[in-house]
Write a protein that binds this ligand. Structure first.
Ligand code: RIB
Length: 295
């Protein structure tokens, strides 16, 4: 079983601020860094660091060479990453004193996927393989339809949620990995428990992973339910915490680990990620996660 992730690659411009800038306000930042990020590549690197074999697809512009280097460094297959003219996606991220962030996204090359490109990449995958998607690239609905036709299992992290996701036939999704905000946007509900129940009811064949911030995560599959609390830590940067959880969760699933162990490993990995700056650089290796779990 192969894992293909067609997802975003962003250069994250990260600014440390006293507070998130308000409308009409100008403030000075206290520091700035450029990190590799993007939900797509963060999740591929988390999968690889967790020990899974993962193929990353997506587009970068002329300024995106560093993503190919990162794939090489972390063991992500990069042969389906396509270089095109123009700019790689980027973000402007503000992080305040409490480690809260806000993210402004510029799609760039991430929004240039074509049907021809998608068909070409999918032709290398088959029945039973996993396609992982987030919502930072274009044409998600098309990718879901094509992958489903091939009999692939589709894992969807519907983040960030927007109207384009309403075009996706969600009955074709095998694994949902979402937070309560995205769950609310899909179900129209606000109470986390009701969101979880409704997701399980609406998608009875799917695996549902609902992350609940400081309340941990809850997992459901065919009437079974598992809960996972967080590992409390002093956060410095929460960027990519969810991506780390997603990558580790899928890696555990591919490996055939018991669900309780997968959830515990994913929560621990994510708790380590928030103690470090940046997206890609914050994602821990499996050995670090295992060591931390033994302490
Ligand atoms: O999930 C974190 C990611 O979201 C960041 O790396 C940023 O690029 C945005 O896409």
């Amino acid at each position: 079983m192969k894992v293909l992730n067609i997802g975003s690659m962003n250069l994250d411009y990260v600014y440390r601020v006293d507070h998130i800038v308000q409308p009409g306000e100008t403030i000075s930042s206290q520091g700035m860094n450029i990190f590799l990020g993007g939900k797509g590549i963060n999740q591929s690197i988390a999968l690889a660091k967790a020990g899974a074999e993962v193929y990353h697809g997506g587009m970068i512009g002329e300024d995106g060479e560093a993503f190919l280097d990162a794939c090489k460094e972390y063991g992500v297959h990069s042969r389906y990453i396509c270089r095109i003219e123009g700019k790689t996606g980027h973000t402007i991220i503000q992080i305040d004193k409490e480690a809260q962030n806000c993210i402004l996204l510029y799609g760039g090359a991430n929004q240039k996927l074509t049907h021809e490109y998608v068909d070409g990449v999918l032709s290398h995958f088959q029945d039973g393989d996993i396609l992982l998607l987030q919502n930072e690239v274009n044409d998600i609905a098309y990718m879901v339809d094509q992958a489903y036709e091939k009999g692939m299992q589709i894992a969807l992290n519907p983040s960030p949620f927007d109207d384009r996701l309403r075009e996706v036939n969600m009955d074709k999704i095998s694994i949902f990995l979402l937070n309560e905000i995205e769950g609310g946007q899909i179900t129209g509900l606000t109470d986390p428990e009701e969101i979880f129940e409704e997701m399980c009811h609406r998608f009875p064949k799917a695996k549902i992973v609902l992350t609940l911030g400081k309340d941990g995560a809850v997992y459901g599959e065919q009437g079974k339910r598992y809960e996972q609390p967080i590992f409390p830590v002093q956060a410095v940067d929460t960027t990519a915490a969810g991506d780390t959880f997603t990558g580790y969760f899928l890696a555990g699933l591919v490996e055939g680990m018991p669900i309780e162990k997968i959830l515990e490993m994913s929560a621990k990995a994510s708790s380590i990620a928030v103690t470090r700056e940046g997206a890609v650089p914050s994602i821990p290796y499996r050995s670090e996660v295992q060591e931390a779990l033994q302490q």
